[in-house]
Design a protein around this ligand. Sequence first.
Ligand code: CFM
Ligand code: HCA
Length: 533
Amino acid sequence: PADVKAELLKKYPPKVARKRAKQIMINEALENDTPEITANVRSTPGIITMRGCTYAGCKGVLLGPTRDIVNLVHGPIGCSFYAWLTRRNQTDAGLDGENYINYSFSTDMQEQDIIFGGEKKLEAAVQEIYDLMHPKSIAIFATCPVGLIGDDIHTIARLMKEKLGDCNVFAFSCEGYKGVSQSAGHHIANNQVFKHILGEDDTPVEGKFKINLLGEYNIGGDGFEIDRILDKCGITNILTFSGNSTYDKYATAHHADLNTVMCHRSVNYVGDMMEIKFGIPWIKVNFIGAKSTAKSLRKIAAYFEDQGLIDRVEAVIKEEMPEVEATMADVRSRTEGKTAMLFVGGSRAHHYQELFKEMGMKTISAGYEFAHRDDYEGRQVIPDIKIDADSRNIEEIHPEADETRFNPRKTPEQMAALEAAGVKFKHYDGMFSDMDEGTLVIDDVNQYEAEKLVEIMKPDIFCAGIKEKFSVMKLGVPMKQLHSYDSGGPYAGFRGAINFYQEIDRLTHSRVWAYLKAPWQESPELTAAYVWE
Ligand code: CFM
Ligand code: HCA
C-alpha cells in the first residue's frame, strides 16, 4: 500500500502532493489511537473530483425524496434540468395524488434577472405553483447566482407564506458554492426542516414502539424493504427522513420515542437537535447487510426493553435468515477471496463493506467523497475537529427544550444501563476501525487516482457513481454504482442482501470483460502503421 500511495502522489506538484498525502491513509489498526485524516476540505482546482455541490446535497438528496413538498429551484434552468429525476429515490404516491417528485420547478433565471434581481420572478413562481397545485408546502432552493446577487429568498418565503395562508413556504440558502461539497447542503437542509416543519402537528400517532428512521432515502426501494421488516416486527416508523416521506410525517415526527440514524453523515444534526428539543434519544443503525439488519433490529428492541418486542424481533430474524444464508453460502462459494473498492458519498462506502464481508470479499480500498473526520475515525473525534472558514459558513442551530413538547424518553439511569448493555447512544464507529490493516482509505478520491488504483490493484469490482462508471469499465473491471444502484435494488434489509449477493456474483463472473480488448490489441498485426515514403 505504501508503494501504491507513492505512485498516486508521484504525478502531483509538491504542494498538491503534500495535501493529498494527508487524505490518503494506509489503515493501521491501532488500539485507541486512530490516525487522523484530512477531510471536509476544499478539492484542489483542476482536479476532477467526484464530489457534487451544496445545492445537490440539500435539494436533490435531502428534500428530493419528499413527495408532497414542491421543490422550487430559484436559478438558471440547468440547475433544475440536470437534477431532474436523477436520483432513484422511490415513493409510494398513495391515493391523495400529492406527488410532485416527477415535476421540475424552476424560476428559469435569465440574464436580466441576474442584473436587476430575481425576487419578483420568484414571488410569481410561488404564486403560480400555488394556483396550479395547492400544495401543503413549497420549498425554495437557492443556486449559486442567487447568493451572488443577493436575492432575499427567506423574506419572499415568509411573505408568500403569510399571503397564501395554508401553504408552508420556506427557503434554503444552499447555493452550490456555500460549502466544499454536498455535505454543507445536508446541514442546511437539516436546519430548515427542523425550524419549519418538524414537530408542528400534535395529533397523536398510533403505535406501541414508535421510531423515526433518519438518513434513509429509499433509493431503489431500500426504504420499502426496511419498512416491511419494521412492520413485521411491530415497530411503527413515523418518519423516514427523507425516503418516501410526506410533509405530515415530518410534522408528527416528535411523537417517536427513538430516533434511529442510518446515514449519520447527512442527518446527525437533526438527531442531536431533536434530542434537545423533544427529548428523543438517537442510536446508529445500519440496514445494509443481513447481519447488520439483524443487529439493528435487536438494538431497537433492546432500547424499548419490552420482552414481547424482543421475542418478535428474534422470530422475524429467524424467519428471514434461512433464505439469506442459503443464497450467501451458494454465492460465497464463488466470491470468497475476491476484492472490492468502494468510493461513495458519505456513508455507503462504509455500510456496503458489510455486504461484501458476508460474501467473503475483501474491501482493499475505500473512501468518501465528502465525509468528515468522524466518519473515518469515529464520532468521538468531533470535539477535536478544527472549524475552518468553510464550515463556519454553515449555520449552527442551538435549540432549547420545547416548552410543551419536551419529554425525556428515558431517565439518565435508564440511559446509562442501556449503554452498559451495549445500546450506545449518539455514537457511530468510523470506517477505519472496520477495515483491515494495510487497506487504503482515501478521502475525496479523484478521477486520476481512481484510474491509477484500478490499474495497479486490479480489484474484482469497483463501486462508485456515474462519473466513474465508464472509465472504470474501459479498464476491464466490473463496475457497480452504489448511488443509483444502476437499475437495481433494493439492497437494504434481508431481501436486499439476497439481491445484492446475486448481482455481485453475476457482475464478477460475467465473461464480457474478456471480450473488452479491441482486435488490434490482441493481434498486433492488425495495427495499421503509418510508413513514411
Ligand atoms: Fe448519505 Fe445517501 Fe450517502 Fe449522502 Fe449522496 Fe446518496 Fe451517497 Mo449519492 S445521503 S451520504 S449525499 S447515504 S446521494 S442516498 S448515494 S452520495 S453515500
Ligand atoms: C449527488 C447525487 C448522487 C450522484 C451520484 C453519482 C446520487 O451527489 O448529487 O455520481 O452517480 O446518489 O444520485 O450522489
